[in-house]
Structure formats: C-alpha cells, structure tokens
Design a binder for this molecule. Structure first.
Ligand SMILES: C[C@@]1(CC(=O)O)C2=NC(=C\c3[nH]c(c(CCC(=O)O)c3CC(=O)O)Cc3[nH]c(c(CC(=O)O)c3CCC(=O)O)/C=C3\N/C(=C\2)[C@@H](CCC(=O)O)[C@]3(C)CC(=O)O)/[C@H]1CCC(=O)O
Ligand SMILES: NC(=O)c1ccc[n+]([C@@H]2O[C@H](COP(=O)([O-])OP(=O)(O)OC[C@H]3O[C@@H](n4cnc5c(N)ncnc54)[C@H](O)[C@@H]3O)[C@@H](O)[C@H]2O)c1
Length: 220
C-alpha cells in the first residue's frame, strides 16, 4: 500500500455533540468555521476573542456558544476536544497548534495548512447526505467551486433518497434473511435510486418490490 506524504490527509466525519469545541479568534474566518460547527451539531462551543463579528455576537446572544470576550490565555484549551485557531496573529496560531498537539486535541489552524491535525473541506449538506471536497490545501477556492457544482448536481436529487434508503436499510437489517441476501437488497436499492430516482412508496412497499426483483433474477 502506497501512501502520499504530500497529500497526507485521512477524511473522516466527526461526531461533535457533547464535545467541547474551542474557536480562538472572532473574525470572518472564525465566523465561517463557527457556522460549520453549528451545522454539524456541535452543542458545546466556546469562542475566545476580544472582538467578534455581528453574526458571532448574535449566535452568542442566542445561546449557541459561549463568547469569552478577551484575548486567549494560557490554559484555555485544557478541557477542549477540538480547537480552531483563526486569529490574525500567526505566532499565536502556531503556538496554539503546538499546545493542542501536546494536549492531544484535534486542531485546525486557519493561516497555515501545514500545521494543525486537520483541515476543513468545503461542505454541502442535504439531509443525511454530506458531500465534502478538499484540495489538501492546494486551492480552497477550487474546493468551494466544486462543492457548489456537486450540490447543484446531486444535492436535491439524493438528499431525500439517502433519507429514504436509511429507513429501508433499517427494515432490511431487522429482517431474518442471510447477510448476503441483505447486502444484495441494499445494493440493489441504491442502484435503483441512481438509475430511476425515488418513487413515492413506503419502505415496506419498496422492500416488497426489491424482493420480487431479486427472486425474479434468481429464477431467470
Ligand atoms: C473550503 C473552506 C472550508 C472552510 O473554511 O469552511 C476552506 N477555505 C475556504 C475558503 C477560502 N479560503 C481562502 C480563500 C481565498 C482564495 C484562496 O486562497 O484560494 C477562500 C475562498 C473564499 O473565501 O471564497 C484563503 C485561505 N485558506 C487557507 C489559507 C491559509 C493557507 O493556505 O495556509 C488561506 C490564505 C489566507 C491568506 O491569504 O492569509 C487555508 C485553508 N482553507 C481551507 C478551507 C483549508 C483547505 C481546504 C482545501 O484546500 O480543500 C485550509 C488549508 C485550512 C482550513 O481552514 O481548514 C472554505 C470554503 C467554504 C465554502 O465552501 O464556502
Ligand atoms: N482558512 C481559511 O479559509 C482562511 C481564509 C482567509 C484567511 N485566513 C487566515 O485566517 C486568519 C484570520 O482571518 P480573518 O479574516 O478571520 O481575520 P480578522 O482580522 O477578521 O479576524 C482576526 C480575529 O482574531 C482575533 N484575535 C487577534 N488576537 C487574538 C488573541 N490574542 N486572542 C484571541 N483572538 C485574537 C481578533 O479579535 C479578530 O476577531 C488570517 O491569518 C488569514 O490569513 C484563512
């Protein structure tokens, strides 16, 4: 197996609910990262900055985050699970990256794509369907433009489909077919959605149709 050091990123989807996320900085970049955390379901957010945008201030007033209205102070990261450093102070961002590593905290450093343990992709969300694009730091603007194209092309079409497939999947997995038969049904359902779109029927009706299709094929 060959790795690539240059583009050495491992994409994951993190579960943030209940975990303390700290943003240091309160400018335009901090605001965008904050929006991303909220959309991802983060419910314990602290933002440390002596100065914030209006949107950040409104989010704090609405109880979406705790705003510490002061500069970063040593020790602020100790309880954190994840850090986003988005100040305009390069030396501070760099030292935050080091401190996070020492403490074992995930870190995103907005002004230096080589430090920090993760970078944030451009993201589009439609129900459970999340499409994320990264250029490994080569061109954030391209990541943003590609994300828009993906959203226009697939977002509306497959967001609801993913939701419905999720319900169908639960039904199939709860049944007592063999695991091979279940996998075949699940693959067939996803293929059907790609080829024909979703039809207006209950998961039970859908499953019936799929079973008929797999049986029909076995006989032919
Ligand atoms: C995708 C997106 C996600 C998000 O942030 O939510 C994101 N940047 C976005 C936009 C954007 N950022 C910049 C521009 C101006 C045009 C340009 O420079 O191309 C635009 C375009 C715009 O604003 O229109 C400038 C910029 N960005 C970074 C640096 C510093 C450096 O390169 O080290 C500088 C120079 C700062 C300076 O000049 O001082 C660094 C990073 N930006 C990343 C992510 C990570 C790599 C992701 C990847 O490559 O896939 C990484 C490495 C770290 C990180 O932030 O995680 C978000 C689109 C959101 C959306 O979808 O709407
Ligand atoms: N990753 C990205 O996508 C991206 C995009 C554009 C810019 N950048 C980089 O990100 C950084 C921030 O950009 P911006 O446009 O949000 O800047 P900005 O000037 O709008 O905001 C900077 C923020 O940092 C805060 N700050 C400064 N010193 C602080 C301290 N000691 N403690 C806490 N907060 C402090 C300020 O109060 C301010 O809120 C810049 O260095 C820029 O180069 C990154």
């Amino acid at each position: 197996m060959e790795g690539s050091m240059r583009h050495g990123f491992y994409p994951v989807a993190l579960r943030l609910a209940g975990r303390l996320c700290i943003i240091v900085g309160g400018g335009k970049v901090a605001e965008r990262k904050l929006r991303g955390l909220i959309e991802a379901g983060a419910d314990r957010i602290e933002l440390i900055s002596p100065d914030v945008t209006r949107e950040i201030e409104a989010c704090a007033a609405g109880g979406r985050l705790i705003w510490r209205n002061r500069p970063y102070a040593q020790g602020d990261l100790e309880e954190a699970w994840l850090l986003i450093a988005a100040t305009d102070d390069h030396a501070l961002n760099a030292s935050l990256a080091e401190e996070a590593d020492k403490l074992g905290i995930l870190s995103n450093i907005a002004d230096d794509y080589e430090s920090g343990s993760f970078i944030t992709p451009a993201v589009t969300r439609n129900g459970p369907l999340i499409m994320a694009v990264t250029t490994s730091g080569a061109s954030p603007a391209l990541a943003k433009a590609l994300k828009k194209e993906l959203d226009e092309r697939y977002g509306n079409r497959y967001g609801e489909a993913a939701e419905r497939l999720g319900e169908l999947r639960k039904l199939i997995l709860a049944g007592d077919d063999s695991s091979e038969a279940k996998e075949e049904l699940l693959r067939l359902a996803a293929k059907e959605v790609l080829e024909a779109g979703i039809e207006d029927r209950t998961p039970e009706q859908w499953l019936k149709g799929l079973i008929a299709r797999t049986k029909g094929r076995a006989l032919s």
